[in-house]
Each structure stands twice: as structure tokens, then as C-alpha cells.
Design a protein around this ligand. Structure first.
Ligand SMILES: Nc1ncnc2c1ncn2[C@@H]1O[C@H](COP(=O)(O)OP(=O)(O)O)[C@@H](O)[C@H]1O
Ligand SMILES: [Mg+2]
Length: 458
């Protein structure tokens, strides 16, 4: 602790607060800013392992004078109590090179600010002097948004910032969140939110028919092929069987397919064909049994998502963490996305839709093209995507090219930085490894030149 006297003003205070009048304060301090950030990241990573037992949340209104060192007292936790960690970085910003607004940017700022309801404020600028708000016009959300950055850099928080800002503006569209790790359900405490838990029997389950014979079957088969990694003969067999089922039905479930395979098996004596059927049967089996039974049925409940409530906006959280098998989770999400796209493109839903997708790489594995395709084609239907992904190298070029707004948080991976050089000017790429939690390089929005911003989230 003595060494603290030697410190310059760079340190961070982390406090661990809870219960029975006991409070533990944890102070992280470092002599250099880079070191400080490293320490906070490590701390964050460790704390994240203990989620939800330890929950990190920020407290921006926490006022601490520089050089105040808080005492370390033993914490006495009640059994099963959940400690909440608050941390504050007293001197947060690195001094980024600052510039003044150009004349044309001034005009754009004024123009956007006048149309008050049509944009959201992501945060404030760190490289513009005097400071300005980082504006994102709502209309630009339909040109899609990419949120990138390392683990713990602030991606989910940024997405939540966009959602809650829209909520305050009484956005008239549907905000559908594919919540991979159950991180968005807490939004519901402040805003009217509907939470669905697919795969869990009961009212909040949304079952969908995996195969809708009256729509684009090609894409459906492609999704199944990619997710189950079917071989070409298996895909062919699946197509043949599906076609047969669709001759006298409107939808087909995986259970229907299993039964058809069984029937077909009896009719053939060709060995190679039998082997293909057996392999296909085994792969489809995972989807037809267990949770698959609840997720996929001929009863289409997707309509319920789009019931017209008076709530504005309609925030819909689809808690995917209830689906245990990741393959099942991916295939369910893909088919859900496809169905939403069909509803929207057939003009069955009039209001705009914003879809938030976390852990995007799961959806892009094994040549699954559904997201790729949708991002390219959905713009004309006021259907916007917010795509969240750790590494730019996990994304397709199509997605990178078709997302107009890019919010890039702290990135240290050399291969990611290399690829990012193709997207933002080198001087901004160099800043990425130095960004603090919640800070980002932001391109898109109303300016041509990227902004360095701090996402304000309270
Ligand atoms: N803009 C921000 N302001 C203050 N704290 C933030 C901000 N963004 C993230 N954090 C904090 O950092 C931690 C990790 O953020 P999170 O959004 O979950 O990161 P990621 O999704 O990139 O893993 C969270 O505990 C969150 O409270
Ligand atoms: Mg996250």
C-alpha cells in the first residue's frame, strides 16, 4: 500500500460491496495506463468466470477524488448472496489525438440534431474538441450494425445501449434479441419486455415448423445441410424425402422426416442407399427428440412474437440459453431468422424490425448462408441487424461489406488488427489495442471520418 504514494493519478478503484454492513474494496492500481488496462481486463475476465455469482456493473455516478484509497476490509457474505462488483476508472481516457469538427461535419451535426427523434446518442466523442455526441440515426440501423471487440470490451453493453435508447424514443418497431447467453433478460426490469424460452415446455416456448412446404425450401435444406454437416448423398436423400412429405402436407417436422426415412428404408434393397438413410436418420434424430420436440412442431407459434401490443417498443428477448445442444440452438435460430425474413418480405409485418445477434460465428459455421443472405437482402424491408462478434475473422466478407455502422471495441489480436486495416484508416487501427472498456472506434453514422467514442451506459 505504501507504494501507492508514488503513484501518479492513474489508478482504478474496484469495490466489492455486499451485505451485513461489511464491504470489501479492491483497489487495482498501476503506474502506466497500459498496465492498468491490462489489470482491469484480467480482473474482468476472472470475474466473468464466476457469472452470475459475481456480477460486474458500472457505476458512472460514483464520485471519487483522485488519490483516495479505500480501506480493505474482510467481506462477510451471507450464504448464497450474490456480490456485486462496481468499478470505476477515475482517470479513464487515454489522450487520443484531438481534432476540431470540420465545417461540413458541423452542418451535418446541426441537421441531425434538429430532427430530434430520429437518432440515438451512443455516447460522446473522445477525439473531437469541443466534445460532441456520437449520433446514430435510427434509419441507419436498417443499413445494419456490426459490434466487434475482444471479450469483456463492452460489446453487449453497447448493444444494450442501442436498445434502451430506442426504448426511450418509443421506437415503433420490434426489437428481437437472440440472447445466446441470457444477458439481455435484465433489460426487462426497466422496459416492457417479452421473454421467450424456447425448448422449455410451457407458455414461453415458441415452436416453429422446421420445414414450410409453401416457402423457399432450398434455403431450409441448406440450413439443415450446413448445421448437420450432411454429405451430398444425405442432402439429396433429405430433399427427396421432403418433397414427398410436401406432396400432401404444408409443413414437416423432423419427426415426420424420421418416419418417412423408416418407410423408405423398407422399400429399398440397395445397400449404399440404405447406408445413406441410416446416417441421415441418425443425424436428424438429434433434432427430432428431446428439446427438438418442443422447438419444432407443425404448430407455428411465431405469430405470437408479432402480436400487436401497445408497448412501444416491442422488446422481445429469445433466451437461447434454454436450448442445451448448441447445434439445436444454431439450427433453431437459423430457421427462426428465415421465417422472420419471409414474414417481413411478404409484408405480413408492417412495423420495422431490428434483430440483435450475439455469438454470430455459430450461425456462420459450416457454410450456413442464411445470415449472410439476409444481411444482403433485407435492407429494403426496414429489417436491420445488429451483429455482435469477437473476431472480424469469423465473419464473411458479405457481412463486413453490408454492415454500414461499425463499432469496434478493444481489439488486440494481430490477425484481427490486420484485417481491420481494410476497414478503417491505419491511424485508428493503431488505437484499437489501447481502447478502454466501453470505448470504441465508430464508423458509419453521419460522419465519413471515424470517431473515437465512449459509450455511455448507466
Ligand atoms: N460503456 C461502458 N461503460 C461502463 N462499463 C462498461 C461499458 N461497457 C462495458 N462495461 C462493463 O464491462 C463489462 C464487460 O462488458 P460486456 O458488454 O459484457 O463486454 P463483452 O460483451 O464485449 O464481453 C461489464 O461488466 C460492463 O458493465
Ligand atoms: Mg458480450
Amino acid at each position: 500500500m505504501n507504494s501507492i504514494d508514488n503513484l501518479e493519478s492513474l489508478y482504478s478503484v474496484v469495490s466489492l460491496i455486499k451485505k451485513n454492513y461489511y464491504t470489501t474494496y479492491l483497489v487495482i492500481y498501476s503506474k502506466t495506463f497500459e498496465r492498468l488496462i491490462e489489470n482491469i481486463y484480467s480482473f474482468n475476465k476472472i470475474a466473468n468466470i464466476f457469472k452470475p455469482q459475481i456480477n460486474i456493473s458500472d457505476r458512472t455516478n460514483f464520485k471519487l477524488k483522485d488519490y483516495i484509497i479505500l480501506p480493505l476490509i474482510a467481506a462477510k457474505m451471507r450464504k448464497n448472496s450474490i456480490p456485486k462488483i462496481h468499478y470505476v476508472l477515475t482517470k479513464s481516457e487515454v489522450n487520443y489525438p484531438k481534432r476540431e469538427l470540420r465545417y461540413d461535419e458541423h452542418i451535418l451535426m446541426n441537421k441531425t440534431s434538429i430532427q430530434n427523434n430520429e437518432y440515438i446518442v451512443l455516447g460522446r466523442s473522445l477525439n473531437i474538441y469541443p466534445e460532441i455526441d456520437a449520433l446514430l440515426p435510427i434509419e441507419y440501423l436498417y443499413r445494419h450494425t456490426l459490434i466487434m471487440g475482444g471479450s469483456g470490451s463492452g460489446k453487449t453493453t453497447t448493444a444494450k445501449k442501442i436498445i434502451t435508447s430506442l426504448a426511450r424514443k418509443k421506437y415503433d418497431g420490434y426489437i428481437i434479441i437472440f440472447d445466446w447467453h441470457r444477458e439481455y433478460t435484465t433489460i426487462s426490469s426497466r422496459y416492457d419486455t417479452r421473454i421467450y424460452m424456447p425448448g422449455k415446455p410451457g407458455k414461453t416456448n415458441i415452436s416453429i415448423p422446421p420445414i414450410n412446404c409453401n416457402t423457399d425450401l432450398e434455403t431450409t435444406l441448406q440450413i439443415i445441410e450446413a448445421s448437420l454437416q450432411l454429405t451430398p448423398p444425405q442432402t439429396y436423400m433429405l430433399a427427396k424425402i421432403t418433397e414427398k412429405i410436401c406432396e400432401n402436407k404444408n409443413t414437416a417436422t423432423f419427426l415426420d422426416i424420421l418416419r418417412s426415412i423408416e418407410n423408405e428404408k423398407e422399400r429399398t434393397s440397395i445397400r449404399s442407399e440404405l447406408e445413406v438413410m441410416q446416417a441421415l436418420y441418425r443425424k436428424i434424430y438429434t433434432l427430432a427428440r428431446g428439446q427438438g420436440l418442443f422447438l419444432f412442431s407443425n404448430k407455428d407459434r411465431i405469430n405470437e412474437i408479432f402480436i400487436n401490443t401497445n408497448n412501444r417498443p416491442n422488446i422481445i428477448v429469445i433466451d437461447l440459453s434454454t436450448i442445451i445442444n448448441v447445434k439445436l440452438r444454431t439450427i433453431y435460430t437459423s430457421i427462426m431468422l428465415k421465417t422472420i425474413f419471409e414474414y417481413k418480405s411478404l409484408y405480413l409485418i408492417k412495423n420495422p424490425i431490428l434483430i440483435i445477434i450475439e455469438e454470430t460465428h455459430n450461425l456462420l459455421q459450416y457454410n450456413n448462408m442464411i445470415l449472410d443472405q439476409m444481411v444482403a437482402e433485407s435492407r429494403k424491408y426496414d429489417l436491420g441487424f445488429i451483429i455482435i462478434e469477437q473476431s472480424i475473422n469469423n465473419l464473411t466478407n458479405n457481412i463486413i461489406a453490408n454492415t454500414f455502422n461499425k463499432i469496434i471495441h478493444n481489439t488486440v489480436s494481430p490477425i484481427d488488427l490486420e484485417k481491420l486495416k481494410q476497414i478503417i484508416p491505419l491511424s485508428y487501427v493503431r488505437i484499437l489495442p489501447r481502447l478502454y472498456i466501453g470505448e470504441a472506434v465508430f464508423t458509419g453514422g453521419i460522419f465519413k471520418e471515424p470517431l473515437i467514442i465512449k459509450i455511455t451506459y448507466e
